[in-house]
Structure formats: structure tokens, C-alpha cells
Design a protein around this ligand. Structure first.
Ligand SMILES: [Zn+2]
Length: 330
């Protein structure tokens, strides 16, 4: 496997399995020019989006990804920096005039953490977004002949398996991955990860005929992530530089959040080593460090190749001349 490769063909025509780190920044904060967290998994030119950080609409377009090739979407958790650009992405990638999708697209993500308190899950979030823009959507259906977005964008909340009901009130017990989506190109499975106080928070694994990719979402160092990533070809994992925050006056509560809800580079290394993954890419970088500082931390616990993702990087998991294939049945 090579990294940061520009495929011979445009991504929407490229055979094989590629991962594009569309946005790499963490948090609802502008600390760099990097777009917010968003990752595309591209299989034989069709693609899947994981999270919708600030800037994903332009970043996906710049990468050559068009809505007409979008197969499905996944949301790891409902922190705003992972969902903020859901409205713009779909309004800018819907219907023929913009090479957008004209067939149903599913967006899978968390259910409500606390329905009694009125908090919504991904179904409520998407429903509210569509209602908020209903005037524009209705006008474009009538005025431009666009397909009915209300029917095409299908939000679905991920049901937790019985194994997620931990003993002694543990919200995120050790568990096995469970399937959440399958089509002719991918099988996607999920597992709960630890990102307190957010619940639920998921990591996702894509298994394809060309190899496997795991995206950690936001999590502290988690045995569940290692379980999900067992033997994976590529692990895209978040990381936090705690020293960056300790050296600045962000306050004890903010520092505590970074400590208990995110993963140090050494922690990423331990997760990767336990899982036996082939390669690690760091994305969703909280705090500032040089690439060498990020990778050196991982290398204290992991001997494989580590790369710091930059916006628009393309990681080729399988050779671009790999034969076309469909994912084998579960
Ligand atoms: Zn988060």
C-alpha cells in the first residue's frame, strides 16, 4: 500500500479502495486552515462519507467526488464539528443540475441520547434540517425539476445490540462489532467507543473486496476500537496533543474533556498494535504539533507506518489496477 497517492484515474473512475481525508481538524474552533473532520471511503469510484465537518462540501468537490456517486453516509456522533455541514452538503449535491444524487441515500448515525429531555438523534437532526430548508427545497423541486429530497435523503438511527447494555451502568462496555450497512461494494460494521459525555459514539469499519478501513470517530483510547480494527489494512484515528492545551489557559474543565474523551498519539499506537493494523493515519487532530511530533508519539507504541493526514490526501489501500470485485457475502 502506498500513501498520498494521486490515482491514475479521477477518483470517481478509479478502481480499488481509496480513502480521502477531506477535513482533518478537531472541534468547533478555527485554529488552522484545515477543514473540519470528514472522511470519504471510495470503492470503484462510488463513495461513502463519514462525518460532515465544516468545509466538507467544497473539500469533497475539490477531491472530484460528486453526489451522483454517493452511496451512503455515516455519522460517528452528534458533536457539532461532525455534523455542522450536513445542510450545505446535501443542498449542494442534490439533483441533476449539480451532478448530485437522484437515488435514495441513507445517512446512518446515533439515536437520541435522551429522548425524554427532547434531544434528537440523526433522524431528528435531518428532519429538522429538511424542514428548515423546506421553502428552498420545494421551490427547486417545482422550479428546476429536482427530485424530492425529502424522499431521497433517508436518515436511519443505529440500533444498539443487546451486547451494548453493559453491566453496572457501564454505557460503553467491551463488545463485538455489529453490522449496520451492506451493499454490493461494502460491509460496514460499528462499535461503541468512549467519548464522554457524548453517547452514543461510534467507530466504523468498511470491509471491501480490496481491503478494510476503520475510522475511529472521537474516542479515548478504547479496547473496542482495537477490536473493531482487528487486522485492518488502514486505521484512521483521532489524536490529541494534551501538552498543547496544558501549556495554554483553556481551563480545567476543557483540559479534563481532552484527557478523558480523546486519544494521545501513544494511545493510538497501543490501539493499532493491539489490532495489528497495517497502517495508521492520524486525522481529527486536537491541538497543534508538527507532523514529526504526532507520528513520534504513535511510534513509541507501534512499529508500522504512521502518517499525519492533510486535507485532500488520498490513501490507496488497494492497487488501482486491482480487478473489479464485489464484497463477499457476510
Ligand atoms: Zn466529539
Amino acid at each position: 500500500m502506498t500513501d498520498r497517492v494521486v490515482p491514475d484515474a479521477p477518483l470517481d473512475q478509479a478502481r480499488g479502495l481509496h480513502v480521502v481525508t477531506l477535513g482533518t481538524a478537531a472541534g468547533p474552533a478555527i485554529r488552522s486552515e484545515c477543514p473540519g473532520i470528514a472522511t470519504a471511503v471510495v470503492v470503484d469510484g462510488q463513495f461513502y462519507l463519514v462525518d460532515f465537518g465544516l468545509g466538507v462540501t467544497r473539500a469533497a468537490h475539490a477531491a472530484g467526488l460528486r453526489g451522483e456517486n454517493l452511496k451512503a453516509c455515516f455519522v460517528t456522533h452528534l458533536h457539532s464539528d461532525h455534523v455542522a455541514e450536513i445542510p450545505a452538503y446535501f443542498l449542494w449535491n442534490w439533483g441533476k443540475p449539480v451532478e448530485g444524487f437522484t437515488r435514495p441515500v441513507r445517512i446512518l448515525g446515533p439515536g437520541s441520547a435522551d429522548p425524554a429531555a427532547g434531544s434528537v438523534g440523526i433522524e431528528g437532526l435531518v428532519d429538522h434540517v429538511l424542514r428548515a430548508y423546506s421553502y428552498d427545497i420545494d421551490v427547486r423541486i417545482v422550479d428546476e425539476g429536482r427530485p424530492p429530497l425529502f424522499d431521497l435523503l433517508q436518515a436511519k438511527e443505529i440500533e444498539l445490540p443487546a451486547s451494548a447494555a453493559g453491566a453496572d451502568g457501564v454505557r460503553t462496555p467491551r463488545m463485538d462489532p455489529f453490522p449496520v450497512y451492506e451493499d454490493e461494494l461494502v460491509r460496514v460494521s460499528a462499535i461503541l467507543v468512549e467519548h464522554p459525555p457524548i453517547f452514543p459514539a461510534f467507530a466504523f469499519r468498511f470491509d471491501t473486496a480490496y481491503g478494510s478501513v476503520v475510522i475511529s470517530g472521537d474516542t479515548t483510547e478504547s479496547l473496542n476500537t482495537s477490536r473493531l480494527a482487528d487486522g485492518a489494512d488502514l486505521l484512521v484515528h483521532e489524536a490529541v496533543n494534551l501538552d498543547f492545551y496544558r501549556a495554554r489557559n483553556f481551563g480545567p474543565k476543557f483540559l479534563n474533556h481532552q484527557e478523558i474523551a480523546h486519544t494521545t498519539p501513544a494511545g493510538v499506537g497501543r490501539v493499532a498494535t493491539r489490532a495489528g493494523v497495517t497502517r495508521v493515519v492520524l486525522s481529527h487532530l486536537a491541538g497543534v504539533a508538527t507532523d514529526e511530533e504526532w507520528t513520534a508519539g504513535v511510534a513509541t507504541e507501534y512499529v508500522g507506518p504512521v502518517t499525519v493526514a492533510h486535507p485532500g490526501d488520498v490513501y490507496t489501500v488497494a492497487p488501482v489496477d486491482a480487478p473489479a470485485a464485489t464484497v463477499s457475502p457476510a
